[in-house]
Write a protein that binds this ligand. Structure first.
Ligand SMILES: [Zn+2]
Length: 190
């Protein structure tokens, strides 16, 4: 037996049908909380009304292109260009820490194994460099993206770690270059 549960759109009185009891309860709770419940059509109208004058925010925030204070949230994680989102660096660092169960970035950093902590330090230094001075920085993108360049450490982070080179040197602008992503991922140990 299926129980058909319905609500009425509070704007146009269209009958909304819920085949799932849970969704019916959720919708009712939402109506009580918000004071309205809309059908798809009224919801769209309501949203466009509410967003009037607010241009849709898409892509990178203004000024983020060569700004080291903004980093893509999927750096080194995803090959799916659609997943790029841009955040203030501090926000991103805190997100990473929280995701790993820490309250502050410092606590998270201190909890990491030596190699990982070194990597984090190198990237922190790297992101503080005037990256906009690098050739091809305007082509910066992610792995898998057609024609994209990615940031490369000439002397690799791995070698820096093994040879005890300070993160300040590996992350320094003099050790950075932009490489086509294909070249960068096949670079190997250097
Ligand atoms: Zn409606």
């Amino acid at each position: 037996m299926t129980i058909d549960k319905t609500h009425k759109c509070t704007k146009c009185s269209t009958e909304l049908l819920y085949t799932n009891t849970g969704s019916w309860y959720n919708a009712r709770r939402r109506r009580e909380k918000q004071g309205f419940l809309h059908c798809k059509k009224c919801a769209d109208e309501h949203a466009s009304e509410a967003n009037k004058g607010n241009p849709k925010i898409t892509g990178r925030p203004k000024g983020s292109k060569n700004n080291p204070n903004y980093i893509p949230h999927n750096r080194g994680k995803s090959e799916n260009i659609k997943n790029i989102g841009w955040h203030k660096k501090e926000t991103r660092m805190l997100q990473i820490a929280r995701r790993n169960g820490y309250d502050t970035y410092k606590e998270y950093r201190d909890s990491l194994p030596e190699w990982k902590a070194y990597t984090v330090d190198v990237w922190r230094v790297t992101n503080q460099q005037p990256l906009d001075l690098l050739e091809n920085i305007d082509k910066r993108g992610v792995n898998g993206q057609d024609g994209a360049y990615t940031l490369d450490h000439r002397v690799s982070i791995k070698r820096g770690f093994i040879e005890n080179i300070p993160p300040e040197e590996i992350g320094h602008i003099d050790n950075l270059q932009m490489l086509p992503w294909e070249e960068n991922i096949t670079k190997g140990w250097r």
